[in-house]
Design a protein around this ligand. Sequence first.
Ligand code: UD1
Ligand code: UDP
Length: 374
Amino acid sequence: MIKSILVQYYSLNGDLKMKLSIILGTRPEIIKMSPLIRECEKRNLDYFVLHTGQHYSYEMDRAFFDDLELPKPAYNLDVGSGSHAEQTGKIMEGIEKVIIEEKPDVVLVQGDTNTVLAGTLAASKVHIKVGHVEAGLRSYDRSMPEEINRVVADHVSDYLFAPTELSKQNLLKEGIEESKIFVTGNTIVDAVLQNLEISNKNVDVLNDLNLKSKEYFLLTSHRAENVDNREQLGKLLKGISTIQKEYSLPVVFPIHPRTEKRIKEFGFSLEGIRPIKPVGFLEFLQLEANARLVFTDSGGVQEETCILGTPCVTLRDNTERPETLEVGSNVLAGVEPDRIIQSAINMMSEKRTWINPFGDGRAAEKIIDTLRTE
Ligand code: UD1
Ligand code: UDP
């Protein structure tokens, strides 16, 4: 009742008149959509969150709603894991039912997961407008499932919220109309700035894990092309173990469930590497900010290390975040042990003086403002 009065009030006073659906399904989407959810709450907008259930383990899903104090999603499709087609198909079916019933004016999706692909296709087919948050990223590597998802989402969406000028240029090169593209910055900057102080006040993960600032390495790896391939994963772990021995510093490894499963299946031992359960965002921000160096194949981690001033070695041969390479916060190392070691040595001697290229922390505000004026 109160909410509907407020929605009317804001409508009369020129704020967003439309109904929004925020679709999310995985850990990074929850984190990067959280500033938009907060913005909707702050402005009392008419919106609802639809969770696809692509991620479902407590530490990949609920932990983030609890940590970031986000409202419970209005819908959870509980699709769980499966092959690409199975997962995408189930998500499409579930989303279609909800949006036909709820009739949002705009559906917002974020990033490059199967949830994004399914959300974009389902909404556009029933003539509901789609806003793609984090549009225009390209690795130019079509063997990555994420690249296919990004390309399709960008070409089908009505509003393309590009984080940087470079991502806007990628879209223009593919013939996407300029009038659909809005450079807003990446909502990850909003999320980092909104949560870093809370993290410093409320958690002390270094103490909990018995670590000292700048005296440990942080590792994450979950990219399918790395961890589903025995040889690739073996090389990656060997490179990291060698670094650990060389520097006698702990390597903390919050381990993604996909990777945990593969390590068990391949019978690998984690020599010198310290695996822990995936941690909450507040803990992870502290681990990143205080690490001597971060090794990762994650997209979001390449951005966050750049924002937080921590050097990053990316365990891939390409990246859809070339801005981090340009400013010098990140380097591509692939998975060959020698290259990982040399990249780590180089990055540790670099000055940490780069400027964050991903925006000023007001991306969510700009996205909602854009929808308001459309
Ligand atoms: C997905 C995204 C990837 C994103 C990542 C974020 C696609 C194609 N991939 O990859 O782009 O970077 O999320 O973390 O959309 N599992 C659990 N619990 C969970 C989730 C997954 O145990 O909550 C395990 C299952 O064994 C599952 C496997 O992890 O089969 C992979 O999960 P899936 O969602 O298919 O892909 P991710 O590797 O998480
Ligand atoms: N993250 C986290 N806890 C962890 C590992 C990662 O909170 O143990 C966060 C991290 O801060 C980043 C996001 O998860 O915001 C990145 O997710 P992931 O690497 O799974 O996906 P990607 O960004 O590659 O799509």
